[in-house]
Design a protein around this ligand. Sequence first.
Ligand SMILES: Cc1cc2nc3c(=O)[nH]c(=O)nc-3n(C[C@H](O)[C@H](O)[C@H](O)COP(=O)(O)OP(=O)(O)OC[C@H]3O[C@@H](n4cnc5c(N)ncnc54)[C@H](O)[C@@H]3O)c2cc1C
Length: 303
Amino acid sequence: MPNNVAASAIEVHPFHDAGSPMTGAERMAANPYRPWPARITSITELTATEKLFEFRLVDECIRNAFHHEPGQFVELSIFGVGEAPISISSSPSKSGFIELCVRRAGRFTEALHKMQCGDIVGIRGPFGRGFPFEKMRGHDILLVAGGLGIAPLRSLINNIHDERSDFGKVTIIYGSKTPQEVMFRNQFEMWRHRKDFDLYLTVDHADETWDGEEGLVTKPFEHLEINPDTTFGALCGPPVMYRFVVQEMRKKGISYDHIYMSFERHMKCGMGKCGHCQIGHQYCCIDGPVFNYWEAKNIQGSM
Ligand SMILES: Cc1cc2nc3c(=O)[nH]c(=O)nc-3n(C[C@H](O)[C@H](O)[C@H](O)COP(=O)(O)OP(=O)(O)OC[C@H]3O[C@@H](n4cnc5c(N)ncnc54)[C@H](O)[C@@H]3O)c2cc1C
């Protein structure tokens, strides 16, 4: 059955618990394994392999009850294909829709990339522990993203943007392998001219289209001026990046307590039940995916 038929079927036959005396939040909590139907409302091609999808939960009560922290993720399901954890890329300050930035990597993400606006997927969540936004409020922030690591950090960046007066100096470093792999170009292009964001875009291998820095994501640290006493660091990217970025943050004097990072581990349930993402005594899905430096240090192979 094509997905647009599924969409209209959902509208004609509303949920069996519609009219329930429970609030949306109570209905979500009653069965956290239940995927809630969500419609794709916009698709933006970011690069040859990444797309930004906007979803709206079909049930209005559930839609209004959905709140997340920057750095949390959802379990996204495609009927008949499967389910995968995906970081929420939109800011909590914007409600009513959920944005996910997805790289075409295998069977599940291929299927998502073939979907169209109007198609229906399932969403469970939000899950996990995000960045400590309230703790960060009032401080300077240094955000470092590598590649797809921009997906969860974009939620934090946009949240800070929407509450800009509550933060001090905000510095963003975003590294990609090539200019063609830079995501959210329009957004960054706009911010390049703003005085209240210090933005550094780097590519490992530049070409004639690139007028930013060439080098690893750690390169801008050479000329970065930050106040270590008031700065929180947040990072997300490929595993190899963490050790080097943390080293640079330490050289600048940022305290270990103020360094937070988001990890990806293979996971299934999202709720600390199945054990797929267990690392030592921690579950990435509930204790993370965002960890502070001390917690991350105990995660094998991460630092
Ligand atoms: C907390 C969390 C947040 C995530 N956020 C995003 C996101 O915002 N955008 C996005 O595109 N992807 C994200 N992922 C990864 C995403 O879940 C996987 O890419 C997806 O499950 C791949 O499914 P697939 O069937 O398309 O590919 P598969 O055929 O399952 O895998 C394709 C390739 O990707 C690798 N892979 C699969 N799952 C993971 C994983 N969890 N971590 C690292 N490598 C993996 C496989 O080893 C293989 O090399 C996230 C994963 C986690 C755990």
